[in-house]
Design a protein around this ligand. Structure first.
Ligand code: PHE
Length: 346
């Protein structure tokens, strides 16, 4: 092959393939042509193999020519391939008749559970009253759930009918109230202290409209010099007004808890009938909301706090019960069934 023949072969290949690329009907045709020109046995590949027979001078002329042609053809193939790839997407889009000006589909947003909403409102108010967040374990030893809280060994609360026991060497229970946070906190911190402890508690009850084996409480504990029942009353009044509005009223009824003395049951005047009596308060005009009292000296002493110097109040309220009243929910099971039609209302 002479250099002249090489040059003319180059221009033949260039013309032939550029024309064919121009006419290629689809992606497959382009690929077929690419192999025919640039593949291992392709026309240009075969032609370039002849370069080895040229003299050094001829190679200097022919080599760059061949390489330039290879680059030009590769570029032409790539361009055509891209064209068809884009065309394929456009054809697909044209088929589905897409209107880009239409508004999008709404994305279903997550939603807070009504109990979380209620609990947040309660802890929000308490924190404004100066209570700090505290927590304790769900699986608790008898010492913190009962002993330190002055609940004697033979108290009915310690019976398996009321308490879930956890198997193991040490007697462990699922905490029956958030009062375990009282003993745990006072062991570690000395007064003045003012805490709220929201969380899950467990009792061996069966599920009905007003009971659940798992429910939530918020514990409150305030210990300092000269804390009295009067402080409890004013703070809880402020809390209930924060929750139910300025008309909220509370009353104390005498009660008994081993860890408080005196102990009280706290009622809130029914927010639905303003105390006149309705089906929510079962005609009473008042609804029982929480247990509370002045911290028993034994509890302070058990936790290393001198009851001659310090006194305190404590309360424990049921989150579900308050939430039911806030949200006008009649059945506690509503909270746990996770029926979206219900949950979405809050
Ligand atoms: N722990 C008591 C209960 O679960 C409530 C309570 C807490 C009462 C603190 C008095 C003081 O019923």
């Amino acid at each position: 092959m002479t250099i002249q023949e090489f040059k003319s072969a180059c221009s033949t290949i260039e013309q032939e393939y550029k024309a064919k690329i121009g006419q290629a009907a689809d992606l497959a045709a382009v690929e077929e042509l690419r192999v025919a020109a640039l593949g291992r046995k392709g026309a240009l590949t075969e032609l370039l193999k002849g370069l080895k027979d040229f003299s050094i001078e001829e190679k200097k002329e022919a080599g760059p020519l061949g390489n330039a042609l290879k680059a030009a053809l590769t570029a032409a193939f790539d361009e055509k391939t891209e064209f068809f790839a884009a065309k394929e997407i456009n054809d697909e889009l044209n088929k589905v008749n897409l209107d880009l000006t239409l508004p999008g589909y709404p994305v279903a947003k997550g939603h807070r559970h009504p109990l979380s909403v209620a609990q947040d409102r309660m802890t929000d108010i308490l924190s404004r009253l100066g209570f700090e967040w505290a927590e304790g374990p769900w699986v608790e030893d008898e010492k913190h759930n009962f002993d330190l809280l002055n609940i004697p060994l033979h108290h009915p609360a310690r019976d398996a009918q009321d308490t879930f026991f956890v198997d193991g060497k040490m007697p462990l229970v699922l905490r029956t109230h958030t009062s375990n946070v009282q003993s745990r906190y006072m062991e570690k911190h000395k007064p003045p202290l003012r805490i709220m402890a929201p969380g899950r508690v467990f009792r061996n009850d069966s599920l009905d409209a007003t009971h659940s084996p798992v429910f939530h409480q918020i514990e409150g504990l305030y210990v300092d010099k000269h804390v009295s029942l009067a402080d409890l009353k004013s703070d809880l009044t402020a809390f209930m007004k924060g929750l139910f509005g300025n008309k909220a009223e509370i009353r104390f009824r005498p009660s008994f808890f081993p860890f408080t003395e005196p102990s009280v049951e706290v009622d809130v005047k029914c927010v639905f009938c303003q105390g006149k009596g309705c089906n929510v308060c079962k005609g009473n005009g008042w609804i029982e909301m929480l247990g509370a009292g002045v911290v028993h000296p034994n509890v302070l002493r058990n936790c290393g706090i001198d009851p001659e110097v310090y006194s305190g109040y404590a309360f424990g309220m049921g989150v579900e019960r308050l939430a039911m009243m806030m949200l006008n929910i009649k059945d506690i099971r509503t909270f746990y069934e996770n029926d979206l039609r219900v949950l979405k209302q809050f």
